[in-house]
Design a binder for this molecule. Sequence first.
Ligand SMILES: Nc1ncnc2c1ncn2[C@@H]1O[C@H](COP(=O)(O)OP(=O)(O)O)[C@@H](O)[C@H]1O
Ligand SMILES: [Mg+2]
Length: 230
Amino acid sequence: MLELVDIRAGYGRTEVIHGVSLLVPSDGVAAVMGHNGAGKTTLLRAAVGLIKPTRGKVLLNGEDITGLRPSARVARGLAYVPQGQQSFGQLTTAENLRVVADGRKRGKALIAEALDLFPALTTLLDRRAGLLSGGQRQQLAIARALITEPKILILDEPTEGIQPNVVAEIERTVMELTERGDLGVLLVEQHIGFALQSAQHYSILAAGHVTSTGEGGTTSTDAVRRAMAI
Ligand SMILES: Nc1ncnc2c1ncn2[C@@H]1O[C@H](COP(=O)(O)OP(=O)(O)O)[C@@H](O)[C@H]1O
Ligand SMILES: [Mg+2]
């Protein structure tokens, strides 16, 4: 379980996140929705240690990790897939996976498992990541994150700018992953239908505050749109 407790964070003297708390279960999805500029990415950066919160705590399975560097958080089971489908463009798909898998005891098996989840990548192993489509790069980025054997996977807008058939595939994979029961996902998503379908719990972030929360399965996309309009 990942807990964000009353986080305040921002850039320089500008506070962007004004006291946000949320909980990501060990075996389910918590979604964060909100308009562009609401502070979603900033909140995730604070959670993974790329920026230092000015107040509040980050707890991973009860351990206070607020003071840890990003690499130490990865070692404890926090994986982060940033917005914008990033990978090493000059490296091939296979090399991108190996960079993460090398030095891990189960490295080879982990790559095989990741390719099982994203079969589309198996035909692209020798292609440079920079030449993949947005959807393929997103799948590669999630595959890389999974090779670190996370307890909590943090996804920042995984379906942004991706064609609908790949969106469906990413949705299916996220649901499949959490159904196994050993992974929690913090999903930032503007695709409300996907967020509600996969998340047990959601929060709406507006101007750095959580303005509304609810249960995924029982809420309509219209209700979320209305809540986001306030
Ligand atoms: N590196 C940065 N330096 C200064 N301000 C930033 C930086 N990144 C984002 N911001 C500002 O923080 C606010 C929230 O941005 P962001 O967290 O990216 O929102 P979201 O992910 O919800 O679109 C915006 O006003 C944005 O301009
Ligand atoms: Mg963002």
